[in-house]
Design a protein around this ligand. Sequence first.
Ligand code: FES
Length: 308
Amino acid sequence: MDKAENEVLTRVGPATPMGALLRRYWWPVWFTEQVTSKPVPVRLLGEDLVLFRDPRPDSGGRLGLIERYCAHRRVSLEFGRVEAEGIRCCYHGWQYDRTGQCIDTPLEPEGSRLKDGVKLAGYDVTEAGGLIFAYLAGAGDVRNIGSGNIGATNVLRTGKRWAAAATLIFDGGKGAAAVLLAGYFYGPMAALFAALGAFLGHLFPVWLGFKGGKGVATFLGVTLAIAWPVGLLVAGTWLAAAAIWRISSLSALIAAALSPVYMLLFGWREPAILLAILVVLIFIMHRENIARLLAGTEPRIGAKKPAA
Ligand code: FES
């Protein structure tokens, strides 16, 4: 067996072939009687997790199994406090429910929605024969991972780069296709309305309960289709900003904000007005990212756990 084959057979993390295979099964993780309200650190299939039980007598002793490290400053939740609604980090008090969704950020200003965009991985657990079993189920539904967003950046958090690339291409492609088809059959103004329709359709899809993506890839797609030189400038701006700051959301916001300016530099007024409208929507959809950017907690590109 050579080194490459050994790697394939022994790596079991979320983004590995063996990891995908082993995640099809339920795994015993602990003894039922040993899990009380004190969180238990668990390492399973290369993932650092924390197992805890609802301490309330009337709760039926519900279990939770979520990613071990707090999304704020990566403090281990094994030192956290288990409360009625989930587990609370011992450092700044962020609280997570059994799905890993952050439900409380006590030091944030009142009305802050920062917590809505923060989610740790959370897995199903069940008890049988005195044992606790967990199902790590691969990447699962992307809406239950990371920020819960359906966009490429969040898909990348599953560890599946091909899926993130496909998401980027198809999200951009559908916007470009709408613009090109409308422009071909009905003219330039129709193309602009098609761009707006495709963008709104991505942000508020009917089939996903009006909870869609943040529109960056679709924005790039429609921009390339409306005026490819501007699209290339926007893409170049994103790459340059990402190379400097390594923050995806910040790069997207900078690139989007400059797009109407680029359009005006070419003398294309109506497209510039359309892009300005789309930019406002992009900033609204990124309001939680902006809050995290201001708080200095927005994750950087490539910030991930080491392979198992
Ligand atoms: S490190 Fe967990 S809340 Fe700050």
